[in-house]
Design a protein around this ligand. Structure first.
Ligand code: BGC
Length: 764
């Protein structure tokens, strides 16, 4: 057993002071008033240095003990840890390492306040789930919650307390590499998916040893980086901020998210890290957020680069006054807050408030009572990468696949098909499907598509393989160059040979997993020339080509799409990728995914999204002076919400319980959906609303609800949606959330373009 001496002293102190709290080892996680009292007593006992220490987070990439300590910088950090002058660490993983760091702090520091261990568990810890954009394509809240739940179980079993997820940044620009980390372009979809993620990570009881604190990031507008270039300015209107960007964060706060991370970008000249209106007034005051705000990596020090602070002292003043509670790897607060205080530029109460917010999360997690509660090697072994976890990963992965085209009804294939040629750079790849931001995934551990197909075909099926071409290598390391479009075409002849001799070709195309993610913005989103050449060559000799795309962002498919009858979007699906894709290919699972973001015709259309405003000159016209391009249409290649199934669905007209909705009331919209095929399947039925005349111009369509419904063969179901006032409200010209009287259009359909329509009136 570890020595809990310091912790015990700290508890005895409480016991004496409070009388009623005999021991802090046994707190009731739901009794928040007692936690607040404990925090008050603890803060009273802390020195200024200890308080500031709680606001500091270090990364643990250096060894805490051993040779790393020889370096003086590491030595300083090490000493600060020992004195209890660090509140949190990131990138320290595994029971062994977190215990080592925790021991250093708990057993050496005066008060023994435990460290909080944070990590980027973005789509799994060791068991990898689809990258978040892909998983959003499932439109399946239960599946999304289940994957976050397992990620939390595995992370907590590895000693972690906190994930820097979900990323809830809306993005409408596929050039931005981090689009893969979020929920895509839509505010409502992102809000409900992010809530499911928070619920999955945090569970019902944050103090349980299999739940972790979540972090809604990046607050705010990071996904609107100009021209899709990462870290760039986001120059957006206040109404876009309120109506589009902020609601997913609010949804997370409503779901009880423990922490929020601010963002690198500036908005209208004010870096988000220094934005008082965002962090203090909106997040903490208006929304009543009680957790804490962590800066992004070094974002406080970057205020100097933004040109709003001369030095770390000024940067600290700006960020701290704006409500950034914890400094991630910025080395600002630890050296500035005490002098800012003695110069009367900040108040002690402000420091106390930030400390309180951080301690609140530590108490909620239960680590104040037992700093080692997450440290158990047996649980770590038992709960990580288990068969059960992989089973869920396979299910979530197949739900995330989107069938883009199946014109010749090539899919699903029979498992006893005579011969298959599996071709392409990703066919045997076991690493790319793991995706970027892969936490502790074991390299090359995904089920490849080749293995997945092999697992399902009959003994009589001949499976041949040719790579055809290499794939581009994304920037894997800090200083790596990317080999894009430099890929070899040496194996194309071989690919043609196997394609010629097979009944069907499954051709994998796409992008490397390190072409998306942080710092991986791109101006060209087409497939490499080598891949396009491969497609053409194979198509020439075999007409039955099934294209299986693997990518982390929307790609420009225009160059070959017209010539491809069958396209399956499989993203980067995680550990069970090959099995999940094979489930779809052989019809074990009927595709039900829908795009969470438009696929553009070309990069020139970006940013592109379905919920466009009307403009003064909208609508397609055979003239020159209207809002359009002269070379291509305004439409995406594949719209938001789009995705096919092996079943076919027919939508009736919509009926309303009442054509008029009065204030405080709701109405019911009803539609009958029929599966006209003999194949059972799920359909995501989507509801959009358009406020025809508003105090500010309103989008032509906005998703407001959806239902994922299972249909038996030939089954028909009446689907009802309740239309509430909340669905009609927006941040109006009065800078308030309001509902305005007037006419509304209501759409229900299978994607954002293909919908039935009806009108109603709202009166207040
Ligand atoms: C990213 C964050 C991430 C942090 C810690 C930053 O560069 O923007 O999303 O949580 O690093 O790894």
């Amino acid at each position: 057993m570890k020595d809990f001496a310091k912790q015990l002293r700290f508890n005895i102190f409480f016991g004496l002071m409070l009388g009623i709290y005999a021991s802090c080892y046994h707190h009731d996680p739901v009794d928040t008033s007692s936690i607040e009292e404990k925090i008050t007593f603890l803060i009273d006992d802390m020195t200024l240095e200890e308080k500031i220490g709680q606001l500091v987070q270090y990364s643990g990439y250096e060894q805490l003990t051993g040779p790393g300590q020889k370096d003086s910088f590491t030595q300083i950090k090490h000493n600060r840890l020992k004195k209890g002058l660090v509140g949190s660490m990131l990138n320290v993983v595994s029971v062994e390492d977190t215990r080592e760091a925790q021991t250093l702090v708990v057993e050496n520091s005066r008060l023994g306040i435990p460290l909080l261990f944070g990590y980027d568990v973005i789509h799994g810890y060791k068991t990898m789930f689809p990258v978040p954009l892909a998983e959003t394509a499932s439109w399946d809240l239960e599946a999304v919650e289940a994957s976050s739940r397992i990620s939390a179980i595995e992370s907590a079993a590895a000693g972690l307390h906190w994930t820097f997820a979900p990323m809830v940044d809306i993005s409408r620009d596929a050039r931005w590499g981090r689009i893969m980390e979020g929920c895509g372009e839509d505010t409502y979809l992102c809000s409900v998916i992010s809530q499911a993620r928070v619920n999955g990570f945090q569970g019902k009881d944050l103090s349980a040893n299999n739940t972790i604190a979540a972090c809604a990031k990046h607050f705010a507008a990071y996904g609107f980086a100009e021209a899709g270039r990462d870290y760039n300015s986001a120059d957006i209107s206040y109404h876009t901020l309120q109506n589009v960007v902020l609601p997913p964060f609010k949804a997370c706060v409503d779901a009880g998210v423990a922490t929020v991370m601010n963002s690198f970008n500036e908005i209208g000249g004010v870096p988000a890290t220094a934005d008082k209106h965002l962090q203090k007034e909106i997040l903490k005051e208006d929304w009543g957020f009680e957790g804490f705000v962590i800066s992004d990596w070094g974002s406080i020090a970057e205020l100097i680069n933004h040109g709003v602070a001369e030095n770390k002292y000024q940067a600290s003043l700006l960020a701290f006054s704006a409500g950034s509670d914890m400094d991630m790897e910025g080395y600002c607060y630890e050296n500035s807050l005490d002098s800012l205080l003695s110069n009367n530029l900040i108040k002690l109460e402000q420091i106390d408030e930030s400390v309180r917010r951080i301690l609140r999360v530590k108490y909620a997690l239960g680590i104040m009572d037992d700093p080692y509660k997450y440290c158990n090697e047996d649980r770590e072994k038992l709960l990580t990468l288990s068969n059960e976890n992989l089973g869920v990963a396979r299910d979530v992965a197949r739900k995330s696949i989107v069938l883009l085209k199946n014109e010749k009804k090539l899919l699903p294939l029979a498992t006893d098909i005579r011969s298959i040629a599996l071709i392409g750079p990703f066919a045997k790849d076991k690493d790319v499907p793991l995706g970027n931001w892969r936490a502790q995934a074991i390299a090359n551990s995904a089920v490849s598509l080749y293995e997945g197909i092999e697992n399902q075909i009959s003994a009589n099926t001949k499976l041949s393989y040719a790579k055809g071409t290499d794939h581009s290598i994304g920037q894997r390391a800090f200083h790596a160059e990317m080999t894009i479009n430099k890929t070899s075409v040496d194996d194309i002849d071989n690919a043609v040979r196997v394609a010629k001799n097979s009944d069907v070709v499954i051709l994998t195309l796409g992008e490397d997993c390190y072409q998306t993610g942080e710092g991986r913005s791109q101006t060209e989103l087409t497939l490499s020339q080598a891949q396009l050449q491969l497609f053409d060559a194979v198509k020439k000799v075999n007409d039955n080509v099934i294209v299986v795309l693997m990518n982390g962002r929307p790609l420009v498919l225009t160059e070959f799409e017209n010539n491809a009858s069958t396209i399956l979007e499989t993203w980067h699906l995680g550990s069970e990728s090959g099995n999940a894709i094979a489930d779809i290919i052989f019809g074990k699972y009927n595709p039900s995914g829908k795009l969470p973001v438009c696929f553009p015709q070309n990069e020139g259309q970006l940013p592109l999204y379905y919920s466009q405003k009307p403009t003064g000159r909208g609508g397609a016209k055979p003239e020159v002076f209207w809002s359009h391009y002269t070379d291509i249409s305004n439409k995406p290649l594949f719209p938001f919400g789009y995705g096919l199934s092996y079943s076919e669905f027919e939508y009736s007209e919509i009926s309303l319980s009442n054509p008029t909705m009065n204030e405080g009331e709701s109405i019911i919209a009803k539609i009958t959906v029929k599966n006209t095929s003999d194949i059972p399947g799920d359909e995501v039925i989507q509801l959009y609303i358009h406020d025809v005349v508003g105090s500010i111009s309103r989008p032509l369509k906005e998703l407001k609800s959806f239902k994922k419904v299972f249909f038996k063969p030939q089954e028909s179901k009446d689907i009802e949606f309740e239309i509430t006032e909340e669905m009609l409200s927006f941040y109006t010209i009065n800078n308030k959330w309001e509902t305005e009287s007037g006419n509304f259009e209501l759409f229900i359909g299978t994607n954002s373009e293909d919908c039935k329509k009806i009108e109603f009136q709202f009166k207040n």
